[in-house]
Ligand binder design. Structure first.
Ligand SMILES: [Zn+2]
Length: 349
């Protein structure tokens, strides 16, 4: 869990993935997980691990090219305006529900260090608000950040374009872990753990940690074009709404029932043949999986599937309760199943 905690506590929003890339890069370099490691022009990190057949046997002449892709950006904000009295306005990069943004601690990441702050919408406290004011759900543009510093100091330290993230701890709660940005540091983590557990494999593995997924799968397109895979797995997260207030037929997944294989979401339909093969491999290894259908929402697999002549693609998704909040919750059994399925499938190729 230490690695997952480190990944969730490293802020990186779309277009500002430098910090998380460095963390992943130094970890996989130290563990010598790849034969080659490069960063493409958009900032996606790509590790190549050539086929390593058993007992020193020679690799087949044309090993299958398998792409794994986990987006390493998280939903967050970029600073867009600093007022003379030092309040910072932001623009979201990724989809927020403003109802989850009231009274939040935030971190403003500047060139010379991070500043703690709090975020609230403009308006009155409950004591002096009218009934209609209390019911209003504000737009994101109405939120501002208070750093409790004089305006001239804020203007000196914070630049338009600086990254802003919600700030919350990583903790263990019952059978789960709770943190901000489990979407998608869980996918980033699962890829690392899966490769760590790989000894022998007959395919060439291209593990990509992509940029800018949360604003439209932007990093996955060029990464997939360059890799030219035969198969791809997008490693991400999905909704888990088996919670009060949601009809059971809209639950998508059940926490603790294992890794979810997306049958479809609004961005792609998974390769059903490949889903069935992966399910058989998981079953043979005693690892639990579940199927999920997501009516709305997409992931990097959609970009990869449609690259060049098309790619056989499946989306892996860890069930996450309270997704896109700072209390995202993932069941430990589902976390354990995630890299286990990935490793078992890669070894089966
Ligand atoms: Zn995601």
């Amino acid at each position: 869990m230490q690695l997952l905690e480190l990944l969730t506590q490293t802020p990186s929003v779309p277009g500002r993935e430098d910090r998380i890339r460095e963390v992943i890069k130094s970890y996989v370099t130290e563990k010598q997980l790849f034969d080659e490691l490069t960063t493409d022009a958009m900032g996606s990190l790509i590790g190549v691990r050539r086929a390593r057949p058993k007992d020193g046997a020679a690799a087949t002449e044309t090993p299958a090219r398998v792409m794994l892709a986990a987006h390493m950006d998280q939903i967050g904000f970029l600073a867009r305006h600093i007022s003379d009295d030092g309040f910072v306005r932001v623009i979201p990069v990724g989809g927020f529900d403003t109802r989850n943004l009231f009274a939040r601690r935030v971190r403003v990441c500047t060139a010379d260090g991070d500043l703690p702050g709090v975020m609230n919408p403009g308006g009155k406290p409950i004591h002096i608000a009218s009934e209609s004011e209390k019911k209003k759900v504000p737009e994101i543009s109405e939120f501002f950040i208070d750093l409790s510093l004089p305006g001239e100091i804020v203007k000196e330290r914070v630049q338009v374009g600086d990254m802003v993230v919600l700030d919350g701890p990583f903790s263990e709660v019952g059978n789960s872990v709770v943190s901000q940005c489990l979407d998608n540091r869980v996918g980033c983590w699962a890829q690392i753990r899966a490769i760590e557990a790989l000894d022998h494999h007959n395919c060439d593995v291209y593990a990509a940690w992509t940029v800018q997924e949360e604003v439209g799968l932007r990093g996955a397109f060029p990464a997939a074009y360059d890799i030219e895979p035969d198969f791809a797995i997008a490693c991400d997260t999905t909704l888990c709404c088996k919670t009060p207030g949601v009809p059971d037929e809209e639950r998508v997944t059940v926490a603790g029932d294992g890794l979810c294989l997306h049958i479809m979401d609004s961005s792609m339909i998974g390769d059903i043949g490949l889903i069935e093969e992966i399910e058989a491999v998981a079953k043979a290894g005693g690892i639990r999986t579940q199927r999920g259908v997501l009516a709305r929402g997409g992931q990097d697999g959609a970009a990869i599937q449609r690259t060049r002549r098309g790619v056989r693609t499946v989306a892996f998704a860890c069930p996450i309760k309270y997704i896109h909040t700072i209390t995202e919750m993932a069941h430990k059994d589902d976390l354990a199943a995630y890299p286990a399925v990935l490793t078992a499938w890669l070894k089966s190729l």
